[in-house]
Design a binder for this molecule. Sequence first.
Ligand code: NI
Length: 169
Amino acid sequence: MMDDLMFGRGTVGGPFTLTDQTGRTRSDSEFRGKLMIVYFGYTFCPDVCPADLIAITQALDALGPAAEGIQPIFITIDPERDTKVLGDYVAAFHHGFVGLTGSPEEIRQVANAYKAYYAKVPGEHEGEYSIDHMGAIYLMGRKGEYLGFMPPQTNPDRLTEILRKYLAK
Ligand code: NI
């Protein structure tokens, strides 16, 4: 799947209809006219997700008012645990974040469309788990088309530079 992303094989992204942190139904089509940053992660993620979400937030802050042209979206890959916590979690990063959830099947379908890999890893104690996942930061265009992805731990300055470039197009 990583190869598909890296070498542009097949389509990446596509329509989705999920539920946001306030319980509203949201679809990709309402974000037309804006760039979309799409990130798949989970709130219990110990390191990769918070670091990338901080980088996204710093980049959006660095862009100032131009950031209005970008819709950051966090899609949980852990819908069973990311229920009420989702709203507070995304708000702790950037106020503009839409946090999305759905049934495990719905999430899997959207993640597959984005070629976003994830798998549960059992923890030490019964019922515990973490989720192994790829932390790609997807960038989608104003018509919902796939522009590319930035690898996990992309530096915020680099991210700002890329976003500025696409905002200017
Ligand atoms: Ni993570």
